[in-house]
Design a protein around this ligand. Sequence first.
Ligand SMILES: N[C@@H](CCC(=O)N[C@@H](CS)C(=O)NCC(=O)O)C(=O)O
Length: 219
Amino acid sequence: MSEIQVSAFRWVPPFAQGLVRDLRVRWALEEANWDYEELLLEPQDQKSESYRRLQPFGQVPAFKSNGLSIFESGAIVMHVAENSGALMPGDEAARAHVKTWMFASLNTVEPPIMMLNFMELSGKAKDAGPLRDEIIKAIGVRLDNVATYLGAHDYLVANRFTAADLLMTAVLRILRSTDLVSQRERLEAYRLRCEDRPAFKKALAAQMATFAANEPRKH
Ligand SMILES: N[C@@H](CCC(=O)N[C@@H](CS)C(=O)NCC(=O)O)C(=O)O
């Protein structure tokens, strides 16, 4: 039995498939070449007392390994990055920079993207009019900032793929139903470069295989 367990949903509707945040953890684990098992949840499991002890908000992902339990996708990716050579450079200044960009991905770039996402999923986007336009503008500014910082570099830090790129790519993917990333050539090339990694493809295939295997019957 693998000593690492990662919680994931047994099935989600197609709009969320390939975006659920256990993907970030699966990707990090594939980069580190660490085996893991899925801890698959039904919706009702999210409310159970035992799962809430693991993930107080009832969300995925949660991570368990040898008595260690972690929630928050960023914290889990950080744990994998700090304990494997795969996602973090050795140099102290570069490590600090990777962590900085991990937080920037989740705390500066992701929030306006999630505002738009929430509006779209609530079905109220059409009523949101000018507010929605403002949020799209704010997302654009953040994306332009990332693209400018990247410049002609392939990756955010130390000229190599790190945990910062993993999280930034996962965040950019949330915009897949819009052209906000694809219309920014440099950023789109960056996203595609990161998603072209074998570890990403393996992680995505694993998440999608679970959904395919648990597709609800039509009636
Ligand atoms: N900040 C958390 C967010 C986790 C999150 O939003 N998970 C979603 C799936 S991507 C979830 O479990 N949603 C169901 C819910 O909130 O009840 C993280 O990065 O781990």
